[in-house]
Design a protein around this ligand. Structure first.
Ligand code: ADP
Ligand code: MG
Length: 256
């Protein structure tokens, strides 16, 4: 809670939501019209996520997980329904405000890492800060700190092809964290990783969440979802179940 309040920057509609929620969706829908056919990818989702939650969006392939994630990541606009991110109604934001929200308020992690192959780990992590106009020295320091946080303090000058899959994903996580986003969003972050490396990545998410980071992980794997503290199951574009994990597997699996 304190963390989420601390990072509010004030001004320009940046106020904290009266209800304190990070995500609030109401009847959120996304339909794709393809010629005569309409694909109802998300068919009316109501979801509340509070600060500090560690949530997974679970469901089989085609159930609407990525579509829903793109909506809550402000990467796509809904066909109908409402979405408040940190209490701000996303449909009322200007293009500039939306770009700022995507850059500063949300950190994205993808299955395929999406790193620049010829740039060092440090430079990859710095990129969002370059877009945000931060001076070089502060940028280096901040990026280095995030790489250390994910255990890559000794790999800063390596380029992605010189790193393992798990290390690449950790660079991507450091990049996602570099602006201290209110929300970390990951779409199938372990989809390209073996099970041991997947657990390591989920352990990093667990540690970040332990430090207060709000995290939403999209996955079709039940053992990955079991490592989060709340599972929202999507089926055919609708929430089928919303369950709290009594004891997350991260605690059980990773106590050394
Ligand atoms: N850009 C698009 N245009 C048309 N249909 C799409 C598009 N993106 C996704 N879909 C369809 O929407 C449904 C949900 O897809 P998606 O959200 O990617 O599911 P998931 O991530 O759970 O596998 C699928 O039937 C998919 O084919
Ligand atoms: Mg998907």
């Amino acid at each position: 809670m304190a963390r989420s309040n601390r990072r509010r920057r004030g001004g320009n509609g940046d106020a904290v939501a009266a209800n304190g929620l990070v995500i609030q969706t109401e009847g959120l829908r996304k339909y794709y019209v393809l010629g005569a056919e309409t694909v109802r990818a998300v068919r009316g989702v109501d979801l509340n996520v509070g600060p500090g939650e560690f949530l997974s969006i679970m469901g089989p392939s085609g159930s609407g997980k990525s579509t829903f994630m793109n909506l809550i990541g402000c990467l796509d606009t809904p066909t109908a329904g409402n979405y408040w991110l940190n209490g701000r109604k996303v449909s009322e934001l200007s293009d500039d405000q939306l770009a700022r929200v995507r850059n500063r308020d949300i950190g994205f992690v993808f299955q395929t890492f999406n790193l620049l192959p010829r740039a060092t780990a440090l430079h990859n992590v710095e990129l969002p800060l370059i877009y945000a106009g931060m001076p070089a020295r502060r940028r280096h320091r901040r990026a280095a700190e995030k790489l250390e946080r994910v255990g890559l303090g000794d790999r800063m000058t390596h380029k992605p092809p010189e790193l393992s899959g798990g290390q690449r994903q950790r660079v991507a996580i450091a990049r996602a964290l570099v602006n201290d986003p209110a929300l970390l969003l990951a779409d199938e972050p372990t989809g390209n990783l073996d099970s041991t490396t997947s657990r390591e990545i989920m352990q990093i998410f667990g540690e970040l969440n332990g430090a207060g980071q709000t995290i939403v992980v999209v996955t079709h794997e039940s053992d990955i979802a079991a490592m989060t503290s709340r599972q929202v199951h999507l089926n055919d574009g609708l929430v089928e179940r919303d369950i709290l994990n009594e004891r997350t597997k991260t605690d059980a699996t990773f106590s050394h």
